[in-house]
Design a protein around this ligand. Structure first.
Ligand SMILES: [Zn+2]
Length: 283
């Protein structure tokens, strides 16, 4: 099926493909779709490929030299105290992420239908079996409203993600912009993403696909300089592990070499407590 116009979904798929944030399966499906001759998606892909090339995020064009990788590994290894039971040393692997996860946009229409059906069923049940329980009805109503509000929030989040993809294109042209490709660790190889950092404006943009955090765990972003780790902020992932975050960065950062995502037991850690989940080297 070819598209006759760009939609939120086609744009997001093409952007995530160009950014290397689709799973292998999704990426293959998208390539097949392109091979079938969808000009709309081909144009979207070209748009974002240009941006990733400018940013130096295209794997083929900027493979990470081995010596840089070794230096970084050594530095990170020296600076990190990963608990022994967490096993592996953090690595920065220049290979493309093996997989990502997405599908929120695809699932959304279905989700809305399902929520609608669930609400309808809920109401039928309520009206037939609990007609006299006014209090309970009110509770059901407030719950239904909460679900509706959540669906609206999710729709809003989808629209704001699309806006952030536009921000990538806009930021790509800025002088002095630094970028890093986030790559998963041996224990979390499917984590992937990218980060853009505008040091002058003190803001960074993170787009990533992370395994859903276990209950109670939060993902936190750090900037790593020799001898220090600076907390940047918490990365909120949606139910599918998709992260689209724009965070202010602390003042006075110097010689930031890498971005690190850790899984913390609580938000607001002053130093990394949990395992590394993804790392990326700035250039
Ligand atoms: Zn298409």
């Amino acid at each position: 099926m070819r598209h006759d116009r760009a939609t939120e979904e086609t744009r997001e798929t093409a952007a995530l493909y160009a950014l290397g944030a689709l799973s292998q399966h999704e990426a293959r499906a998208f390539e097949i779709h392109l091979a079938e001759g969808c000009d709309v998606c081909a144009a979207e892909r070209r748009r974002f490929s240009r941006a990733t090339a400018i940013l130096g995020l295209a794997f083929e064009e900027h493979p990470c030299p081995d010596y840089l990788r070794d230096i970084l590994l050594e530095r990170i290894g020296r600076e990190t105290q990963v608990p022994a039971d967490e096993g592996s040393e953090p690595t920065v692997d220049p290979a493309p992420p093996a997989a990502g996860r997405r599908g929120f946009a695809r699932v959304l229409p279905w989700l809305c239908t399902a929520v609608g059906a669930a609400l309808a069923l809920g109401w039928i049940f309520t009206w037939t079996s609990a007609r006299t329980e006014a209090g309970r009805l009110r509770a059901e109503l407030s719950e239904a409203r909460a679900v509706n509000a959540k669906t609206r929030d999710e729709l809003g989040a989808l629209a704001s993600r699309s806006t952030q993809l536009d921000r990538i294109l806009e930021m790509a042209g800025r002088q002095g912009l630094q970028s890093a490709r986030l790559v998963g660790q041996p224990a979390t190889p499917t984590n992937s993403g990218m980060i853009l950092w505008d040091a002058d404006r003190r803001q960074c943009l993170v787009i990533a696909s992370l395994l859903p955090a276990p209950p109670g765990g939060v993902y936190q972003l750090w900037f790593s300089s020799p001898g220090t780790r600076v907390p940047v902020g918490v990365l909120e992932a949606d139910a599918h592990g998709r992260v689209h975050a724009q965070l202010p960065t602390p003042a006075g950062l110097e010689r930031v070499l890498a971005a690190i995502v850790t899984l913390e037991p609580a938000p607001g850690s002053a130093a990394p407590q949990g395992p590394f989940c993804a790392t990326g080297q700035f250039h």
